[in-house]
Structures are given as C-alpha cells and as structure tokens.
Design a protein around this ligand. Structure first.
Ligand SMILES: NC(=O)c1ccc[n+]([C@@H]2O[C@H](COP(=O)([O-])OP(=O)(O)OC[C@H]3O[C@@H](n4cnc5c(N)ncnc54)[C@H](OP(=O)(O)O)[C@@H]3O)[C@@H](O)[C@H]2O)c1
Length: 324
C-alpha cells in the first residue's frame, strides 16, 4: 500500500523508521512526503529512506496527485483553534479516493462527525488512534471491543507538559524551569502555551467527546482553565499536605447533553489520577455495563505515537487488500 505523508517532523520520521523495521510483514511504501518549510519529495515507485527533499509542491492537491498513494497520513502541527489546514488536507485526500490516518487531534476535535461521514460515504477508512494517548488503545478499544457498553463519561490526566511543570515546582524549580524541561524532552506542542493554558487538554477532551459521546463539540466549548496561575509557593504548600495538582479532563453525559471541563485539580497523592508522572497518561472511562475502567500509558515517546499511526494503517491495509 502506497502512502503519502503530509508532515514529516518527529512523528513522521519515527513512522518512517517503524515502516522500515516492519517492511517484511507489512508492505507499506512511502511515495510522497510534503512539509511546510523543508519542501516535498515524490516518487510513485517508492522513496528511499532519508529522501532528498525538492521544492515544495504548490499545494497539497498537487502533492497528492503526484504521490499516487492509496492512503494519506496527516502529521502536521496541531492548530487547536480550528484544526486547519489539517482538515483541508484530509478532505483533499478523500476527494482523491485516499484512505486517511492522522495523529493530529485538531480535525477530530473540530470536525470529527463531518469527516467520519464523508469517509463513510466515499467508502474510505479514516483512523486517528494517536490523536489521544499515542498508540495506547483508546478509540480502537471502543471500535473493536466492549460491544453493548455505553460510555457515560471519562476522566483523564492527559497533558504531559503540565505534569512536568508541576513536578519541577514540587522540587523547588520555577514555572519557567518546568516549561524548559518539558521543551527539552520534546513533549510540548510547537507553542508551549497551548499546553499550560489547557488548550492541548481541551482539544483532547473535545476529540474524545466527539468520538465517544457524539458531542459535536469544539475545544472552545470545553470549559478550560490551565495551570498558569499556579505558583511554586502554592505547589509547595499542596505538596506539604501530601497532595499534588494535575490538569484533569472531565466529561459527563447529562440529560441535556454533555458537560466538558479541564481544570487544575488538587488531588491526594494516592489518587489513581495523580499516579502517572512526567509523560505518563491515564484515561478512565465511566460506563453503564463495565463500570469504570481505563487505559494507562507509561512514559510514551514518539515511537508510541508512530505505532498508533502504524496500527491504524495496518487495519486500513487489511480491508484494502481484500477490496477487489
Ligand atoms: N510528538 C508527539 O509525541 C505527538 C503525540 C501525539 C500526537 N502528535 C501529533 O502529531 C502531529 C505531528 O507531530 P510532530 O511532533 O511530528 O510535529 P512536528 O515535529 O512539529 O512536525 C510537523 C510537520 O508538519 C509539517 N507541516 C506543518 N504545517 C504544514 C502544512 N501546512 N503543510 C505541510 N506540512 C506542514 C512540518 O513541516 P516542516 O518540517 O517544514 O516544518 C513538519 O514536517 C501533530 O498534530 C501532533 O499534535 C504528536
């Protein structure tokens, strides 16, 4: 199956490495790579590893036409405000009869229902496992298991940068020290303010709510407060009381719809939501038939994000190769 990669940063490069590693079992070939500032590379017969990038294609449409792939992989930078241009990239791929996999939560947070329906009408696959918690099963868990179970809500500690900032302050560092440490770990979004102001969590909350609770919402509709008002003195005081702070996403079905919020919450250190530290994440699902259960990911890295994309591609490939 031929792949056109839109975006070739940390995740795109990790994915390319994974495809080389799994080449014997899973026959994916990258025929095109399109970036913002690093140009475009295309070879419908398959690009070599570490391809030389040429001049940037004039548009994503021109790029996709040239790459002649069966699937597009959207891995551009998150835009939490409106999910663009990633949404347009996905539509350009659908318009060419291409399946789409993305790790970008922007399109899921802003336009999930429309994109899902457009893909279904065109008979195309559309997958996004890595949009929340990398390759740890979240969306695919509900696609493949749990028949008959209704999700009533969820609670998660989903933002790594805020955890690193809080833990740095607990050790006596400043807010800025924490943000610098998170940046050095490569876990902040392109604009670190997205993380500490809660936008990253709001985008994940909206994406989860759109898929699991049919919320048809956007990050702007999530009641959000980040951790920017936390001071080292306040964090130290909370720490002395045997507690900690986590940026928590909460969603709940109500009789009138869905309530969604992101808040810095003071938690007992023994609280399961407080347990994952650093880049580790936890998401609990509240359900009718299965009570509360969840997914935990311990110190995921970019390889786990690439794996989530890979797992989506394998599923699409399995369906694609059976299609006449
Ligand atoms: N990194 C993670 O651990 C992680 C985890 C989960 C989800 N994600 C999501 O995965 C996506 C990719 O993350 P990343 O860490 O790989 O980001 P990144 O390193 O910043 O790379 C982004 C890539 O997208 C390209 N790009 C940006 N705007 C573009 C446009 N309009 N047209 C074409 N290419 C464009 C960039 O081009 P240039 O190279 O020319 O700048 C770059 O190659 C993001 O949406 C992120 O939220 C990342």
């Amino acid at each position: 199956m031929r792949l056109a990669l839109i975006g070739f940063g940390n995740v795109g490069r990790a994915l390319a490495r994974l495809l080389v590693e799994k080449r014997k079992e899973y026959p994916f070939t990258i025929t095109g790579i399109h970036t913002l500032r690093h140009g475009t590379a295309v070879d419908p017969a398959g690009l070599p590893a570490g391809p030389a990038m040429g001049p940037r294609a004039a548009s994503v449409d021109e790029f996709l036409d040239a790459a002649r792939a069966e699937a597009a992989v959207e891995l551009t930078t998150l835009n939490p405000t409106d999910g663009q241009p990633a949404i347009a990239h996905i539509r350009a791929a659908f318009a060419r009869g291409m399946h789409v996999v993305t790790a970008n939560k922007g399109p899921i947070a802003h336009a999930f229902a429309e994109l899902r329906d457009e893909a279904a009408r065109a008979g195309l696959g559309f997958r996004f496992e890595s949009a929340v918690m990398d390759g740890a099963p979240v969306f695919n868990l509900w696609r493949h298991t749990m028949p008959g179970v209704r999700v009533l809500g969820f609670t998660g500690a989903l933002n790594s940068t805020s955890k690193v900032v809080i833990e740095t302050m607990e050790r006596g560092g400043s807010f800025e020290d924490g943000l610098a440490a998170a940046r050095a770990m490569g876990i902040t979004e392109a604009d670190g303010a997205f993380d500490v102001e809660g936008w990253d969590s709001a985008a994940k909350t909206a994406a989860l709510a759109n898929v699991l609770l049919d919320a048809c919402t956007t990050p702007q509709q999530v009641s959000t407060r980040g951790i920017t008002r936390l001071t080292p003195a306040r964090v130290a005081e909370i720490h002395r009381q045997g507690k900690t702070v986590r940026l928590i996403s909460r969603a709940r079905r109500t009789s009138s719809g869905v309530t969604l919020r992101v808040r810095a919450e003071v938690l007992d250190r023994a609280d399961i939501l407080a347990s994952p530290s650093g880049t580790s994440n936890i998401l609990l699902f509240h359900t009718d038939l299965m009570g509360t259960f969840g997914t935990v990911s311990i110190r995921p890295g970019v390889e786990q994000t690439a794996y989530g994309v890979f797992s989506d591609m394998v599923e699409i490939w399995r369906i694609w190769r059976q299609t006449p």
